[in-house]
Design a protein around this ligand. Sequence first.
Ligand code: PNS
Length: 170
Amino acid sequence: MEDNFAKRIAIYPGSFDPITNGHFDIIKRAMRIFDEIIILIAFNPNKSYFFTVEERMEMIREIFQDNKEIKVDCYSGLLVDYMKMTDANIIIRGMRALSDFEYEFQMALMNRRQSKNIETVFLMSGFKWFYTSSQLIKEVASLGGSVKGLVPDNVYQKLMEKYNTNNIRG
Ligand code: PNS
């Protein structure tokens, strides 16, 4: 049957260096609200990256290969410009502890200033993931600590390969 309603497309931008179970949880929640989600690996000039864009895209594609409503893309320019090209006007961001709030608020207001049509929707991450971050996960993995259960399995393998860690703590 022909659907008369426009598809609700949302962009989930981030560094995803690498994608964590916290991100995964946000995407699962967003899938209940939106028809299509574009996971966008965007460039954050304040970060230096451990995984290449290609590696990050590949890991995310593997995770969502059976989900037709999830697309994965990358862009090195302004997020609002990407959104204009794709006709999307909703940004999804996950909100963890209070520490995220100021940064997220600034970005949401700046994006809205660039383009009046854009709305940022914040989804609260599962309590389990409140204190996990890609940064902390890399730090622990690089020193041989256990990050199993904090990232999807393929990401875990990739972390172990990259750090060349024989993680005896599993
Ligand atoms: O996962 P991150 O690093 O917190 O994500 C931040 C990201 C990549 C979404 C942000 O830096 C971004 O939107 N970069 C694209 C460039 C841009 O539009 N910058 C202005 C943001 S208000």
